[in-house]
Design a protein around this ligand. Structure first.
Ligand code: C2E
Ligand code: MG
Ligand code: MG
Ligand code: MG
Length: 294
């Protein structure tokens, strides 16, 4: 009996693995047509000042509306795109669409527009020889000042070849575009990397933020990141803030910026714009002299 159930478990495992492989093959294949079929959409999540709630930046997050399988998350299809080299084309689409949308906002909303759009790069894009040229021509196409664009890379992008990574970073910095380390604190994060790499922004991973109200050690670590980033002139952003208690603690620790469901989930461009206008409206309304009495 034990043998039988053991065997059936093995069969179930095998079957789910087969299903997964088939789904991956379907996704890899269908991804080739996703751009021309206009199935890709960017969502936008605000990055806010923790003290005032004012939106300072926006992160673009990719979504894929598959015609039959529905919404596919980037966590599932980005790794597939990376393995099949499609990430270069996909990444180019993300950059163009993000820049197009940002340029539209800054023209239409002026000072209410965020000061920067942050776009994720995967490792393959980051070390691609013509990345800088592609970024430059996109900025020109939409007549955007490079200071409004930030590129986010995770530390695995420079784990294998440090010198290659520093070279790529310098080239990005040379054209005036900002650079962020994403998901800091997971994997093989090291404080040394902050000194070694010319980064403008550090994004503390959600898993660390999650622990900040639970463990004293994590609060101390985040506080030292606050001190370090202040001394190095780096912008510090806490990711994945979901609870008021986390916000309170992070503010107490001196963390200036954050993003997370507590403020807003990633939003469609229309809803993000409404959020922006509501935010700037709220800050005008809270200025006493501008509030009408009755
Ligand atoms: P990321 O760049 O670290 O983005 C943050 C992720 O955390 C997003 O997931 C976002 O929806 C989620 N998030 C934000 N606030 C909260 C919160 O309070 N709680 C929780 N539980 N989650 C929160 P998403 O959009 O599914 O993206 C996952 C990852 O996929 C991104 O992580 C990024 O690494 C990658 N990705 C997304 N868009 C792109 C893209 O255009 N290009 C590349 N290369 N990668 C992308
Ligand atoms: Mg990111
Ligand atoms: Mg992140
Ligand atoms: Mg991530």
């Amino acid at each position: 009996e034990a043998k039988r159930s053991g065997k059936s478990r093995y069969v179930i495992f095998d079957d789910s693995m087969r299903k997964r492989v088939i789904r991956e093959m379907i996704l890899e294949n269908d991804l080739r047509k996703a751009i021309e079929n206009q199935e890709l959409v960017l969502y936008y999540q605000p990055i806010v000042s923790l003290e005032t709630g004012t939106v300072c930046c926006v992160e673009a997050l990719l979504r894929w509306y598959h015609p039959t399988l529905g919404l596919i998350s980037p966590g599932e299809f980005i790794p597939i795109a990376e393995d099949s080299q499609q990430i270069i084309e996909l990444g180019e689409w993300v950059l163009r669409e993000g820049c197009r949308q940002y340029a539209e906002w800054s023209e239409r909303l002026g000072y209410s527009a965020p000061s920067m759009i942050s776009i994720n790069l995967s490792r393959k894009q980051f070390i691609c020889p013509n990345l800088v040229q592609m970024v430059e021509s996109t900025l020109q196409e939409f007549n955007l000042d490079p200071k409004h664009l930030q590129l986010e890379v995770t530390e695995d992008a420079f784990a294998s070849d440090v010198n290659e990574a520093i070279q790529a970073m310098k080239e990005i910095k040379n054209i005036g575009v900002k650079l962020a380390i994403d998901d800091f604190g997971v994997g093989c994060s090291s404080f040394a990397s902050l000194n070694q790499f010319p980064v403008d922004t550090l994004k503390i991973d959600r898993s660390l933020v999650d622990q900040v109200i639970r463990t004293k050690g994590m609060a101390a670590m985040i506080n030292s990141l606050v001190v370090l980033s202040e001394n190095l002139g780096i912008m510090l952003i806490s990711e994945g803030i979901e609870e008021q208690d986390q916000l309170t603690e992070l503010t107490k620790l001196g963390c200036e910026y954050g993003q997370g469901f507590l403020f807003a989930k990633p939003l469609t461009s229309e809803v993000f714009e409404e959020y922006l206008l509501k935010q700037s409206g709220a800050s005008i309304a809270s200025t006493p002299q501008l509030v009408e009495s009755n």
